[in-house]
Design a protein around this ligand. Sequence first.
Ligand SMILES: NC(=O)c1ccc[n+]([C@@H]2O[C@H](COP(=O)([O-])OP(=O)(O)OC[C@H]3O[C@@H](n4cnc5c(N)ncnc54)[C@H](O)[C@@H]3O)[C@@H](O)[C@H]2O)c1
Ligand SMILES: O=c1ccn([C@@H]2O[C@H](COP(=O)(O)OP(=O)(O)O[C@H]3O[C@H](CO)[C@@H](O)[C@H](O)[C@H]3O)[C@@H](O)[C@H]2O)c(=O)[nH]1
Length: 436
Amino acid sequence: MEPTTQRSPNRRIAVIGTGYVGLTTGACLCSLGHHVTCCDADRDKLAELRRGEVRIREPGLGELVRAGISAGRLGFTRSSVSAVRDADAVFLCLPTPMAADGGADLAAVAEVVREVRGHLPANGLLVTKSTVPVGTAARLAELVGRGDVAVVSNPEFLREGRAVQDFLAPDRIVVGAAADAAAQRVAELYAGVDAPVVRTDPATAEVVKYAANSFLATKLSYVNDLAELCERVGADVTGITTCLGHDHRIANSFLRPGPGWGGSCLPKDTAALLHTAEAVGVDLPLVRAAVETNRRQQRRAVDKVVAACGGRVAGVRLGLLGLAFKAGTDDLRDSPAVAVAGELARQGAELVAFDPALRGDERGLPAEVAVVDNPYQAVKGARAVVVLTEWPEFTDLDWSQVLDLAESPVVVDTRNAVDVAVLRRAGAVVHGVGRG
Ligand SMILES: NC(=O)c1ccc[n+]([C@@H]2O[C@H](COP(=O)([O-])OP(=O)(O)OC[C@H]3O[C@@H](n4cnc5c(N)ncnc54)[C@H](O)[C@@H]3O)[C@@H](O)[C@H]2O)c1
Ligand SMILES: O=c1ccn([C@@H]2O[C@H](COP(=O)(O)OP(=O)(O)O[C@H]3O[C@H](CO)[C@@H](O)[C@H](O)[C@H]3O)[C@@H](O)[C@H]2O)c(=O)[nH]1
């Protein structure tokens, strides 16, 4: 492990896939001084990016993209072949979604590698930043079929909503390569980023990514289980997590209970780790339990809403605050809020929702959810107000007005997001999580 201190000469880099990870990688590497060409299959997205428009909500990303374009060091293309032709390093930032069997679907990665393998420059570097199962670097090396091209695993740990910050100031940079020289060349691309570089073999680097996400998921499921216990025994989970967090061995992040963990990564990565383990005959009971607790936690959130409405929600109007999988993002992929809304809709509830990050693109939402662009409109006539995402904006609402507009003053706060004292002062009957 060593800090990155030396500045390296600027390199030519290709980034394939311009989603949360790819665009962040491209714009941040460009900000470190490299020349970057980003490639994507989506024509509309490319046209927007060429104009400096970023459609995802990531603080600082638009600015970096526009600065890179102005400096003449950031370009966009649909052709993977032209992107890689003179690239010192090619970063694969393609989706690896959950396949039907729970494993990672590597179709996009394999497709792109087939496209570019004959066009990589001599002594090229093919770097997997996508989250890929153990053994992928070895399989891609075979697929490339060229001894002069090194396949290096460089998993990404950024969080959505803080992608730029996490990329430029990460807790660690992991580089897994079979040969030291290739690892060194990838590590040098991060010169200027002050973070420990952990050099390891590709298999270890690949497992680390799944290990990290599964650890985080397990920590959250543990807290969500504790929350259930607290409700039964009259304890307060917030007091407990505050005390736990003071213990530096536990640390105080990832201790907030909620309607279950979601997003585009934790659910698919826990499933993929279980899939990998099963394929080699290893049981991971802790991870299995974390996933099962998560399913139960979502059901518990639904049951709490139903109970707060007197045992039935058929024909009952509910005001939902928050749909994104966490605050700070507009991403709806695998959002627990959407899952809870989906089940309430299935039970016949009439749902009106507000999320500060939703701007018209409501793909992934159950058709029964009407999305409005004002929180007060969402709660009008609602039998219960259900807080599903912990947007800080929700604390600042005029809760007296919210409760006046609602049909009854019932608030189900699935994340303990809003100060309970504020809610009670406004006259709410509050159902939080983990409060006995
Ligand atoms: N989102 C995160 O917070 C995060 C963090 C770390 C790691 N990861 C991992 O990074 C990878 C990418 O995740 P993401 O969230 O950035 O995905 P994303 O869906 O936001 O972006 C993927 C991009 O790839 C493009 N694409 C798909 N197929 C293509 C092809 N054949 N050729 C060119 N472009 C193609 C899509 O158009 C899209 O723009 C995944 O493996 C994910 O697990 C994600
Ligand atoms: O105390 C907490 C913290 C998080 N969550 C939930 O956990 C889920 C995941 O949150 P977070 O980890 O912040 O989201 P992601 O942006 O998906 O980031 C995770 O997934 C990425 C993709 O692999 C990794 O790179 C990151 O390191 C990893 O944190 C969300 O539903 C959150 O609401 C809680 O319920 N309580």
